[in-house]
Design a protein around this ligand. Sequence first.
Ligand SMILES: [Zn+2]
Length: 343
Amino acid sequence: MPHALALPLGLDSEQLAAIEKTELHQHVDGSIPVRTVWELMRRHGLAPASTEAELEKLLVLQPEEEGTLLSYLDKFHYPLWVTQFFENIERVVRDIVDDAVAQGVRTLELRYSPVIHTYAGLTLRQSIVAVLSAMRERIRTHGPDRLRCGLVVIAMRQQGPHIAKILARQAISEAHHLHRVCGVVGFDIAGAERGTPPRLFRDAFEIASKGGLGRTAHAGEDEGAACIWEAVDVLGVNRIGHACSAVHDRELIRRLARDNILVECCLTSNWQTGAARREERHPLYTFLEAGVPVAICTDNVTVSGTTQLRESALVAAELGVEAVAEIHQKARRHSFLASEPGG
Ligand SMILES: [Zn+2]
């Protein structure tokens, strides 16, 4: 979709491209390049579409599909047909990392739910190690001074608190601080928010915290501010994914600012899921004005039909290129890669 990737007029694209970017919220499953899914589907004799262009329509949210989180989440099924095998997981992560580096990303946290990659028999541990193995290889290729990389393990809300606890234990056994090159840096909950409030996952977050992992949670994407309060008060998160509904709660915004809790903002994704409205100012600007730290993130490069450069350009069109460079620089300090063990 080259037309969708055109940068807003009047911006210095070279200057934007040169910014060292910090990507703190990017899902593996929603960011696999279409060309890679196409190639792997063909290799495995799978044909949900007869051409790559048709497959693209299945993987990338189409304008007429915009408006709800559930139709957005529907886009995640097809990649799972091929990402059940160790080498395929390595392959997709390599391609995602390379695409991010090409966008100027120098600090990259990818996130992923290990459970949904075990349908063909991989263990949870293997499913985590497959991602880390590819990351380590790409760090060696690009150079550790050019690329820092880590994995955030996601517990899917609908799989419940027990699975989340098991995952948290698996995640800490592969924690970044136990490895020389890279490892698991954080823990997250994701999936439809209704019926699965953050408080249910208190024990899992406690395990993750004691194991030295950073804590973030998808919250306030399709639910109100109360679930963000819970993520802060009960789960003790260091960062929040989306938090769009916080804009309606001044006290919550003050709390996020006071406790230096970063919001991982994903503009295009928020418009597509209906978490934010295109015709209104995005919550990112309200957070910034109130002193809440923010990061500019893609969420899902493929599903959202975006790139880190494009998301940065959207903010630069409002605030200018220098402000975007500053946001990325400050966000780097909030990366779980920057944390000390146990911090
Ligand atoms: Zn997300």
